[in-house]
Structures are given as C-alpha cells and as structure tokens.
Design a protein around this ligand. Structure first.
Ligand SMILES: Cc1ncc(COP(=O)(O)O)c(C=O)c1O
Length: 375
C-alpha cells in the first residue's frame, strides 16, 4: 500500500533528543526552543516567532491577542480547518463564512468586503496547499476597514507570494508542525507576530499570562500574573526534533516540489487532462509541495476513484468538509452571500500521496492508476 503520508525523519533528531536528555532541561524555553524561534524569526523576517504546541493553539493565541469578545465577527472561508473557527468561537465570536475561488480553493478576495459589518474584527484566511491568497487585495480591505489579518499558514513553510514567505504578511501568521506537515515534530506549531505592537504581549499570553520572560531576563525580580493567557509552549523534545528538520528545510521542500511537479507533468497529459482539473498556481506564488490535489467531475466520481486507487494499493484522501454545512458551523457561523463554489469544489477535490520518501516512479505508478480509472 502506498500511504497518503509518511512522516519524515532526518538523520539528526535522535542526536538532538539525546542532547536534550543530557542537558537536563525539558520544559519549553530551552536551547532548542530558542534556536527554533530564532530560525523562524529570520526565515519569515518577522518581529517575533514563538513555538506553540499546535497551530490550533497559535490560532487561539491570536484570538487572545486581538481581544476577541462576545459578538465580534470573524471572516473566513468555510473550506478550512475547524481550529480556525474554534479559536474565535471560544471567545464568543460569530464566524462569517465567505465563498472560495475555484482555481486556488482560497477565500475569494472579491467577496470579503460585502461580508464586513461594524462587528467585524478580523479576516482569517488559509493559504490552501501552500498557494497564496490575494494578499494585496486582502490587506487593502483590512486597512480600509481597520481589521486584523491572520494568515493560517499551516500548509506553508517555504511557500512564497511575490517572494514573501506566506505567514509573514498579515498581522499574525500561524504554522503547524503536525506529523502530516512538511516539517513536523508529531504535534507542534508556531505563531508569527508580524505586527511589533503585539510582540511583548505575545510572550506574556503564551506564558500563562505571566511576565516570566522579564523575570528570566532579569528585568523584574519576581514574576506574576499580568494578563490573560494559557500554556502554549511545547517541550524541548518537540523543539529539538523540529530543529533537525529546519536545518534541511530547503532540501525537504525541493524533494516535495519535485514530486508535485512529477504529478503535474504526468496528469497534464491529454489522456488525463480531459477528465481532471489540476491545481492552479498563480505566477507570483511559489508553493512548497505540501499537497498535490486534483478535482474530478463530482462527489460520486471521487468516491469511485478513491475505491479504485485503494484496490490498486494507493491511499488517496479528500479534504475539509465545509464548516458552514457542519453542525458546529450552523450554530456558530453564517454564510455571507452565495455558496457558489465552496461545497461543489470541495466535494470533488482529491489529494494523492506526497511525502519525502515517495519516489518519482511511485508517482508515475499512481498517475497510471488514475488514468486507468477512465479507460
Ligand atoms: C489550515 C489548517 N489550520 C490549522 C490546522 C491545525 O493544525 P494543528 O494540528 O497543528 O493544530 C490544520 C490541520 O491540518 C490545517 O489544515
């Protein structure tokens, strides 16, 4: 069976984990956490980067930092992960879903403005499969209406938009290092604080609402409760594991892009092209080979393709069930305007295996099986 995903491990994780044991310092804010934060800060050219226990928790951190409260409205696509909605619903906000563009599966920037009301606080977007949303237009709308922009960049490390790292453009960016991601430590994430006005408070909120950071730096002689917050730091073990992957970030991305390109080339052949719709990658976007997907005719055809690939030893998977049609979405959100593409396009999207150890020969085998389906 060719699985959908196989978490990647470099040569260095074991050595770094051993180092953590020898250093006898296991909680967050040790040497590896410091190195990861520094690496992310430089990579994203941002004011502050902080490892968190997950992308879910990084999103929750943004909710606390933006002081989201009962009655606020948050705009987002419905085709996204549930954590993006929960982070703000937990603070009493209402989610306002906006339709996606069928070419990139990203929020349709032209439909955002009609969803803005006097209660809107933020636009929380996802760069699906590491392909950037129209950030120029989205930042323009946010500026005009005085809104925050959170980039859920869970799919994005090493993916760019007009040469800028996705996650570094809005007020905040959030990353995931879950084992399904390009860079992983089992469970993990990070918040990128791109607006320096929030960089000091981000440390406090991450550290249970205390000023322990100032205490450690010798600025205050004891630390205490100064703000709301929670416990968002991962252990040194997670940071050590992750740092091994950061060290070869470009190599990891290169291999994944090679595989994604091999899929694209193979399935662009006339015998596949007439049946499938491939992901559109705008010229100014450079993705990172996180996801390779295509779209079939409809839900039914997708179901049959999944079964056909399974029979041939290939695991393929669909993705998000639109949030607005789920039980939670009906309680905590509403759809702005018409659902022209969200449901229709999400029901025909299928992801193929893509992981570091996969070989181009296996990609070609999978593509042959996809084409065989139509014969
Ligand atoms: C777009 C998006 N955001 C957030 C998450 C949640 O990430 P984590 O598992 O690190 O909390 C996911 C999970 O895959 C995701 O796809």
């Amino acid at each position: 069976m060719i699985p959908f995903n196989k978490p990647f491990i470099t040569q260095s994780e074991q050595r770094y984990l051993q180092e953590v044991i020898e250093n006898n310092k296991f909680c967050g804010d040790g040497e590896f956490t410091r190195r990861c934060n520094e690496w992310l800060k430089n990579y994203f050219d941002t004011t502050k980067a902080l490892l968190t226990t997950s992308c879910t928790h990084a999103l929750e951190l943004t909710s606390l930092l933006m002081n989201i409260k009962e009655g606020d409205e948050i705009i987002m696509p419905s085709f996204t992960f549930v954590s993006a909605a929960n982070a703000y619903v937990l603070r009493g906000a209402k989610i306002v879903f906006v339709d996606i563009r069928p070419d990139t599966m990203n929020i349709d920037e032209n439909k955002i403005e009609e969803a803005v009301t006097s209660k809107t606080k933020a636009i929380v977007l996802v760069h699906y499969a590491g392909v950037g949303c129209n950030m120029d237009k989205i930042m323009e709308i946010a500026d005009k209406h005085n809104l925050f922009v959170v980039e859920d960049a869970a799919h994005c490390l090493n993916a760019t938009y007009h040469g800028r790292q996705l996650g570094s453009i809005g007020h905040f960016g959030t990353l995931s290092f879950h084992e399904t991601k390009n860079f992983q430590c089992g469970e993990g994430g990070a918040i990128l604080v791109n607006d320096e006005n929030f960089s000091e408070r981000a440390e406090v909120v991450k550290d249970k609402g205390t000023n322990i950071n100032k205490f450690k730096a010798g600025i205050v002689d004891r630390y205490s409760w100064v703000d709301i917050g929670s416990s968002y730091s991962p252990s040194e073990f997670n940071a050590a594991f992750l740092y091994a992957q950061f060290e070869i970030a470009d190599e990891i991305t290169k291999k994944r892009n090679l595989l994604a390109d091999a899929y694209r080339e193979n399935l662009s052949a006339p015998d596949a092209k007439e049946h499938l719709e491939l992901q559109t990658i705008p010229k100014h976007c450079k993705p990172n080979g996180h996801i390779f997907y295509f779209k079939l005719k409809d839900y039914d055809e997708r179901k049959r393709m999944i079964a056909h690939l399974k029979e041939n030893g290939v695991q393929s998977v669909f993705h998000y069930v639109p949030l607005h049609s789920s039980a939670g979405g009906k309680i905590y959100g509403r759809f702005s305007g018409e659902d022209k593409f969200t449901t229709k396009e999400s029901e025909r999207l299928l992801r193929l295996p893509l992981y570091h150890e996969l070989e181009v020969e296996q990609v070609n085998f999978i593509c042959e099986k996809v084409k065989e389906f139509y014969k």
